[in-house]
Design a protein around this ligand. Structure first.
Ligand code: PEP
Length: 256
């Protein structure tokens, strides 16, 4: 069996700052049929709602859907106004967290070190980080993609053990393709996802073959299959096209 066949495909929707809790509930209530379809086809699916909708989606979505937070603080509690901690997520059964999304890196000063501190707490609590990496347009045009992504992987994951990272998911999301409709080609996605895996192998050894590496950036029903056909692309992190139930369903059915 090819090594990549061992990795379960993963389709994760990042809702960003979208959907009222009532709208999130509507999506959750409709999730049973497509969650069952995904399970039957050995594909994992999930969504990352806002903090205010997490509990609702967790309660009303199919138990086969992953429900992920979009961020977390690295401290358990304390004087950190506006933040949410791991124990607070765990109380609601939330085990997955997106870390270092480019929008947080750009607007909230989320550095590789901060991502590292957050992932440390997640690993300590047997949780799953979806660690986002990716270069800006200027970096892409300057031919610096691998230098930038390599640094994000090495600094964000420095000093963890192979045992820690076996739960990790990495998402390669070129910043210039997020929400822009400007896709990275499947060749670029495969090349950089493969590079991420090589970097993980260099750092952690053979566990790299078990870590899922996703592509993200203007993934739509029409192009999702092309990305997921690449040997080193184990799934997709999807923003815009994950918001509507029909579109999410279509993303799934198009990769079956
Ligand atoms: C994202 O938010 O991670 C993303 C990839 O967004 P979009 O699919 O809208 O480009």
């Amino acid at each position: 069996m090819l090594l990549h066949k061992m990795r379960k495909k993963l389709l994760l929707g990042n809702w960003k700052m979208n959907k009222l809790a009532s709208e999130a509930k509507e999506f959750a209530l409709a999730s049973a049929p497509f969650a069952a379809l995904a399970k039957k086809n050995n594909i994992e699916i999930g969504v990352a709602p806002t903090y205010l909708s997490l509990a609702t989606v967790k309660e009303f979505a199919s138990k086969d859907m992953i429900v992920a937070a979009q961020n977390v603080h690295f401290m358990d509690h304390g004087a950190y106004t506006g933040e949410v901690s791991v124990p607070m997520l765990k109380e609601f059964g939330i085990d997955w967290v997106i870390i270092g999304h480019s929008e947080r890196r750009a607007y909230d000063n989320e550095t590789n070190q901060k991502c590292h501190d957050k992932m440390k707490v997640l690993f300590e609590n047997n949780m799953v980080p979806v660690y986002c990496v990716g270069e800006t347009l200027a970096e892409f045009e300057a031919g610096q993609t691998k230098a930038v992504v390599g640094r994000q992987v090495r600094e964000g994951l420095a000093d963890f053990s192979a045992d820690d990272v076996k739960r990790l998911v990495v998402a390669y999301e070129p910043v210039w393709s997020i929400g822009t409709g400007k896709n990275a080609s499947s060749e670029i996605a495969e090349d950089i996802c493969g590079f991420v895996r090589e970097t993980l192998r260099d750092m952690f050894g053979s566990v790299a073959d078990e870590i899922r590496v996703l592509y993200g950036g203007s993934v739509k029903p029409v192009n999702v299959k092309e990305y997921l056909s690449c040997p080193n692309v184990d799934g997709a992190l999807v923003g815009g096209a994950s918001l509507k139930i029909e579109s999410f369903e279509e993303l799934l059915t198009n990769i079956l």
